[in-house]
Write a protein that binds this ligand. Structure first.
Ligand SMILES: [Zn+2]
Ligand SMILES: [Zn+2]
Ligand SMILES: [Zn+2]
Length: 177
């Protein structure tokens, strides 16, 4: 394989280069690290199965053999059908074509607008939480104030009752003695 990119197996730390189909399997422990056609020969990203271009660098992941029409992984040196040389290196290092560059820009825009939206949403969530906190604090102050008022009313009531009672006793004593 002319390609220098390879993965490191997370289980056994062995270096695992991609196979001719763009899949990666660890030679040490046999773990599948990338499904066929998902490994980007340009940047090494593992893409979702079925992707036609790399989500990181927009490199085409598949190339059609000009000889037999077979669809090969773009990092393959030779066609798996007819054995024709696919010139993987020239493919990997060819200048970024206009359409690919546009797609790359689109990807970057999508990612940044997604992030912006995420940030706005999390800010809104934070504001809502803060508002709820503020309301809760206000409500507990109101409740405390109300409790204080009713306490004061009870004390005033008790004082009045005691005063009336004392006056009654004094009056009774005055009448008796
Ligand atoms: Zn392994
Ligand atoms: Zn890539
Ligand atoms: Zn071919």
């Amino acid at each position: 394989m002319s390609n220098a990119l390879e993965l490191i197996c997370p289980d056994c730390q062995a270096a695992a280069p991609p196979d001719s189909q763009g899949g990666v399997r660890c030679a040490g422990c046999g773990a599948v690290l990338a499904e066929p056609f998902t490994f980007c020969p340009q940047c090494g990203r593992i893409n979702n199965a079925g992707a036609s271009v790399c989500a990181q660098c927009a490199e085409e992941l598949k190339v059609t053999c000009p000889g037999c029409g077979r669809v090969n992984w773009s990092g393959a040196e030779r066609c798996g059908g007819c054995g024709r040389e696919l010139d993987a290196l020239a493919h990997a290092f060819r200048p970024i074509s206009a359409s690919v560059e546009i797609r790359r820009q689109e990807l970057i825009r999508n990612v940044s607008s997604f992030r912006e939206k995420e940030e706005k949403e999390s800010q809104a969530r934070l504001d809502t939480l803060r508002e709820a906190d503020r309301r809760r604090a206000q409500r507990s102050t109101e409740l405390a104030e109300r409790a204080r008022l009713s306490e004061r009313r009870i004390i005033v009531g008790a004082v009045v009752v005691i005063a009336v009672f004392l006056v009654f006793i004094i009056a009774a004593m005055a009448i008796l003695f």
